[in-house]
Design a protein around this ligand. Structure first.
Ligand SMILES: [Fe+2]
Ligand SMILES: [Fe+2]
Length: 263
């Protein structure tokens, strides 16, 4: 059995601080073998830097995924092209830097494949393929039975795309988890053929913000064709959204549990 804690998009300093404050206890309490987190909003909401990635790795994050905002800072080259355990979506054109999946070795617990795929509805980003064909070809190239777990993250706006992708992969991977909206959904479940699923994990950051942005700024943006640049909302309570996955094989999950904290 492998216990994975999968954390929603860690957003700016409030998100990093909240992650570092809750992670040690969660790791211990749930005997977590692997912590995965979304980092597209890690550095001041926009992309990630090498320093902020090092900060959360020192705090207990083992593996990271970069959604559509990972390109917002030049550090993406080093984060995606080097030795950092960071992936980008698999359905970008082949000349986009980085890799869309990675197999990591947990020693006695075996090898875990993690892949990220991006939806196309409502995200203005040059992904070139649908979500399903690249995942099909990746899975057919891998020795799935030789792995302990296969986890797919779908970073997408539309719940319909996420649910359809989850059901498409049911019984073929351990878990399919959604991200990008920053709003946790209450539909976590084991799908009929054994795959763990949730439409959206949520986020880590300031709770009463517009995803991580000061709400006044987004309100200005709604009302006027001119609006100030986005600023991080630093004030107020913070939330921490994650799911715990108990995985017993490369095509099944025994339990998926939401972890939602406010502090
Ligand atoms: Fe995000
Ligand atoms: Fe995103």
């Amino acid at each position: 059995m492998i216990n994975v804690l999968y954390i929603g998009d860690i957003s700016a300093r409030p998100g990093r601080e909240m992650t570092l404050s809750v992670l040690p206890e969660l790791r211990k309490k749930h005997h977590v073998d692997l912590v995965i987190a979304g980092i597209e909003n890690l550095a001041h909401g926009k992309g990630a830097t090498v320093d902020t990635v090092r900060e959360i790795m020192a705090g207990g994050v083992d593996f990271m995924t970069g959604g559509n905002h990972i390109w917002r800072r030049p550090d993406f080259e080093e984060l995606l092209g080097g030795d950092f355990p960071v992936i980008r979506s698999i359905n970008y054109p082949p000349d986009v830097p980085g890799r869309g999946f990675q197999v990591i070795d947990l020693g006695k617990k075996g090898k875990v494949l993690i892949a990220l795929v991006q939806g196309r509805t409502g995200i203005n980003d040059p992904v070139t393929h649908d979500m399903l064909r690249p995942l099909d070809s990746m899975l057919s190239d891998q020795d799935v039975d030789g792995l302990s777990a296969v986890i797919i993250e779908i970073h997408a706006e539309a719940t319909s795309e996420k649910i359809a992708t989850g059901l498409y992969l049911d019984g073929r991977v351990s878990a399919v988890v959604g991200t990008h909206t920053h709003v946790p959904t209450a539909d976590e479940r084991i799908l009929p053929k054994g795959t763990g699923f949730i439409t959206d994990i949520g986020m880590v950051g300031t709770m009463n913000s517009s995803l991580w942005v000061k709400a006044e700024i987004v309100q200005q943006q709604i009302k006027y064709p001119y609006a100030p640049a986005y600023e991080v909302e630093e004030k107020g309570k913070r939330r921490f959204d994650a799911v715990l996955l108990e995985i017993d094989g490369p095509r099944s999950c025994t339990r998926i549990t939401r972890v939602n904290k406010v502090a």
